[in-house]
Design a binder for this molecule. Sequence first.
Ligand code: URC
Length: 314
Amino acid sequence: MANPSVSVFLDKQEYGKDRVRLLKVHRDTKVHRIDDLTIRCLLSGSSFTTSYTEASNKAVVATDSIKNTCYVLAKSSKVVDTLELFAAELANHFLNTYSWVENAHVTIVRHRWARMVIDGKPHTHSFWRDGDETRQTDIFIRRGTNDRRTIDIKSAIAGLLVLKTTGSSFEDFVRDEYTTLAEAKDRILSTCVDANWEFNIPSVPTEKLMATLGQIPFNQIYDSVRDVTCKTFAEDESASVQATLYKMATQSIQNWKWIERVSYALPNRHFFAVDLSYFRGTKNLAEHADVYQPVSDPSGLICATVSRSLGARL
Ligand SMILES: O=c1[nH]c(=O)c2[nH]c(=O)[nH]c2[nH]1
């Protein structure tokens, strides 16, 4: 039985619409472009407390209206193709429209569509899904004092599946009574990259918010982080996932003054050479390996965040 004399308080709250699906078609030229998005918009602030504690809906903007707003703004917006700017437009809209909303938290996931190549030529209006990788952004805008806004933006790549067939070793690790893993001079390296990067954005007067964000080359930064990730993965003579991860993260901070920190979560998807010695003494281990067994579970998991040092602004 619950004890009603135990005192509690509402510690955290945010509400809104999740999984709003939206396809925007850009037909401004004959070469159509598309943005296939899944959006989450969450609102919070002290005015919403009573909706939880006293069953009062007086302050509640229906989540259905929040969903409708996503479609209305997608219609008029000129920046749907820059996730961070479209997310900022949405978040800013809720703060500007409803004076009692203190924070707007918008997450957008963009699903991949690649242009079809037909008879060697990029097709003007047909696309195919080239993998499960997504681009994402998570933006949190706070109503500050003196009509200013503070903005946290974290953008991400999720589900980028990569594999290399040489240029990766793992040696000189702890050997004790628990160790069965052989040292590997040359192994398969494969991971499914989750990377995110946080922006350093000063608080801005409300009316300058979109103009300030408009100066940040979000699409170029995304392309660059993805390129650095792939190039480093491909070219690094990897001593471990840890060492390769650190090189990836460091470069993006050094490339872009707006990036404050970069995090990676890299599962180490193991591929073990199959011991074929049972069959006529066939050699398939170490330098003889070319038949491997992919092991889906368990995998290693290497996670790290690299941050810009204090006073290290470009
Ligand atoms: O790159 C690696 N890092 C590790 O920490 C580790 N541990 C392991 O068993 N294999 C690997 N590979």
